[in-house]
Design a protein around this ligand. Structure first.
Ligand SMILES: Nc1ncnc2c1ncn2[C@@H]1O[C@H](COP(=O)(O)OP(=O)(O)O)[C@@H](O)[C@H]1O
Ligand SMILES: [Mg+2]
Length: 407
């Protein structure tokens, strides 16, 4: 009676089957039918391998049979296949049942369903792997992002630097523009104030000549020469003022001319001053090409340079004061003019400042510090050229390069 109750308790809570010694099913309980999907009729008389899953290797069954044929209990979690092809996992215990002689009579297998927990642990493992993968890619992504950020930072820094430099450039340009504007105004004023006295000077000069020739009735060659020279200086003065005024106007016309012609013009104008100061000019024309630009402005540059040399000579007691002017053409066809003196040169410490506006080492009454600044402006802007200063052969040497005229 009690035994029957035990049997019932076990049967209702477990999946139970029995087979004969050959593995042919002789009994299944309802739980077995439920999980396998077969009816009792379909199962009884069949080999137990009806629920075998193809995934399970043959060695597993070999081990099972080896164990139970040795009259030992076999315990394992087994993967099985139901009638509808679905998989279920059962924790299986197979007991051999022995007869009075101790021979195997049949096998009883008691199982319980562990499908859910197997599924769960499989899912867990999968999740674990997924997480690991995610972690790895995340690390890689973080590294990539960091690298991108670092790069961005660098380019940003460079861009900021560039912008700052551009701004500075703009500031400098604006500063120069305002300087130019005020200089333009200043020159316009001077032009206005000088035009009248200059024409008066011309008239006075003419009257002087008239009086002189009338009184003595003589034709003095030297007087005539001085008169012509004075007239030329006056007309050049008014022309120069006009040029400087025009320098600030964008509509003026540029010309084609040679360096030798502009050098000769400047020397002619400076003739008297040079002579008075005992300064000799040595003009050496090696190669003379046409250049494009503003003749009068450019002659002003050469006059500025000669005036600076004369100023420098006034401080020295040299016997032979010489300004050497050389005209040549570069390999690229650019026109080059060098104006060098032997007046002792420019102090090394100020070489990089002499082109700055208002920079002068001279007394306020003799120097404005604008000569070289204006010269550089004319060379750079009106002639599209370059001017550099250096010390050479015990003197200052200015080299002006004007680009070749493009055909
Ligand atoms: N040939 C030269 N020899 C020595 N110093 C020179 C010469 N030319 C220019 N300098 C120097 O450059 C400075 C600037 O010249 P410049 O711009 O013409 O202004 P300024 O003649 O009014 O002083 C001069 O004050 C002088 O110190
Ligand atoms: Mg000067």
């Amino acid at each position: 009676m009690k035994l029957e109750q035990y049997q019932q308790a076990i049967e209702s809570s477990n999946i139970i089957s029995k087979t004969d010694v050959n593995g042919i099913i002789t009994f299944v309980n309802d739980e077995f039918c439920k999980i396998s999907g077969y009816t009792q009729d379909e199962l009884i008389g069949q080999n137990h391998n009806i629920v075998r899953h193809p995934d399970v290797p043959a060695s597993t069954f070999k081990q099972l049979w080896q164990t139970i044929l040795q009259k030992k209990t076999y315990k394992s979690t087994v993967k099985n296949r139901a009638k509808d092809g679905s998989t279920f996992y059962v924790n299986t215990t197979v007991f051999p049942i022995l007869d009075e002689q101790g021979e195997i009579e049949e096998f009883i297998a008691i199982r319980y369903d562990v499908t859910e927990s197997v599924r769960l642990s499989e899912a867990l493992i999968a999740k674990d792997e997924e997480l690991e993968d995610l972690n790895a890619t995340l690390e890689k992504r973080v590294q990539e992002q960091t690298k991108a950020l670092v790069e961005l930072n660098q380019t940003l820094e460079e861009r900021v630097k560039e912008e700052v430099e551009k701004n500075r450039e703009k500031d400098r340009f604006l500063f120069q523009q305002s300087r130019l504007a005020s200089m333009g105004e200043m020159i316009a004023n001077i032009a206005h104030q000088w035009r009248q006295p200059l024409s008066e000077l011309t008239i006075t000069l003419y009257q002087m000549k008239k009086v002189y020739t009338k009184q003595d009735n003589n034709k003095d060659e030297a007087f005539e020469q001085s008169y012509m020279h004075a007239k030329k200086i006056i007309s050049k003065m008014s022309e120069t003022i006009e040029d400087f005024r025009n320098f600030f106007s964008p509509e003026r016309q540029s010309d084609l001319f040679t360096l030798s012609s502009v050098a000769q013009e400047a020397i002619d104008i400076m003739h008297g001053t040079l002579e008075r100061n005992g300064v000799y000019i040595d003009l050496c024309i090696k190669n003379d090409v046409k250049i494009q630009g503003y003749f009068n402005e450019f002659s002003q540059v050469l006059i500025n340079l000669m005036n600076n040399s004369i100023d420098a000579f006034s401080l020295s007691k040299l016997k032979k004061k010489l300004i050497y002017i050389e005209i040549d053409t570069s390999m690229q066809g650019d026109a080059i003019i060098r104006i060098c003196d032997n007046a002792g040169g420019i102090e090394a410490g100020i070489l990089d400042k002499i082109f700055e506006p208002y920079f002068t080492t001279k007394h306020a009454s003799s120097g404005t510090g604008l000569g070289l600044y204006m010269s550089k402006m004319i060379v750079n802007n009106s002639m599209k050229g370059l001017i550099i200063a250096e010390n050479k052969n015990n003197g200052a040497c200015f080299t002006i390069t004007i680009p070749a005229v493009k055909e």
